[in-house]
Design a protein. Sequence first.
Length: 446
Amino acid sequence: MAATQDVDFPQGLRADGLPAALDDSRRLAAVAATGLMDTGPEDVFDDLARLAASVTGCGRAFITLVDAQRSFWKSCVGVDLDRTEDRQGPVRESFCYFLVGLEGEPFAVKDAAADPRTQDHPSVGPMRIGAWAGYPVLSPDGEVLGSMCVIDDDPHDWQPGEMATLATLARAVGNELHLRASLATTRRALSASTELARSLQETLLPPLLPPVPGVQAAASYLPAQGGQVVGDFYDLFRAKGNWWCTVMGDVCGKGVEAAKITTLARYTLRAEATQHLSPATVLTHLNSALLAQHDSDRFLTAVYGTFRPTPTGVAGRLCTAGHPPALIRRADGRIEELGRPGTLLGVFPEIHIQDVRFRLTPGDTLLLYTDGATEARALRTPAAAQPALFGEDAFARAFAECHDMAATQIVARLGEALATHSHGYASDDTALLALRVPPADDQHVR
């Protein structure tokens, strides 16, 4: 009999004492639909498990799928298993049934041998489980597929930051599965659909920027003609406390592989941001995650900043890795480049990148962009001439001319300037993100 008597499972128990939710037909259909049961390891999942082990300091981390009778480790870090057959066991011997039974709630014990919920569990002794923590991996419809979990050999007082990281990584696993399902449906229905390619691109961008106290934020994504999924991405999110993070990235290449790297980059950055405020440290960890993608030759450039609102504006740090420098437009119209040249990510085990401090005062704007902005081409040129690039100087001038504009207006004006130069034909995708500290007389403008 499983040790479940001290846990209240909403659907009750089966005859064998395990949660009745294990037998839910919709859940089992969702598990089967992943196509991952009884499959070999994959770097995209192993990278996330390694990150979980690293952040929590635990020796073992797992991504697990659970059907009615079995628990299957799609990824296992800290356990040396060669055969796929060795990656499974009876569900009664897995802690993951707690997550299934709790229907989406996390589960953690700091001392498995002493906790009444787990002290009689059959795996505590044989697997040397001192402490266990996990978050459910969910299907798009909210069905519990399994878990992202870590095991410590010794008792472990789980910290809020560790649990938040596990939650983020569990969502990353779910998003990878959702992405695969979306791509499989796409191939069956519309193998070369431009509309669906753009839909996928939009899932890699935040649909709505969150409000930042005392800061106007605006962004745009200008797709290139052609319909392929590409790797331009941006993000803006709260890290911890009063600190916020913003990033602009550009993955080499197009298609599904670029989209996978983009997904890995976004969720790695969000997970690392809960642990480190230094942009250079976060990008260094992202570089390690990219290098672990042994089956991929993709790399990316990025500019990443952390900042906090202050009584006089914004203070922060920014780091560039092979990416165009950020631009600051001061309230008087002066344009300043921000960021020192750094190594691109995903190629070299040792990279050279450096944080640069910055401040924004009322009327100042920070602008992040991808190279599609400066490399926008004017196609209507004499036949003998090469298409003229918009160029860094013209882009800076267009930014300088955004007098007294809110962040949304700045992004719109720059988009219009690029479209005018290229006569409406975009040869490359372009992403823009502006953060502006409004003057005191227009603090109400978002």
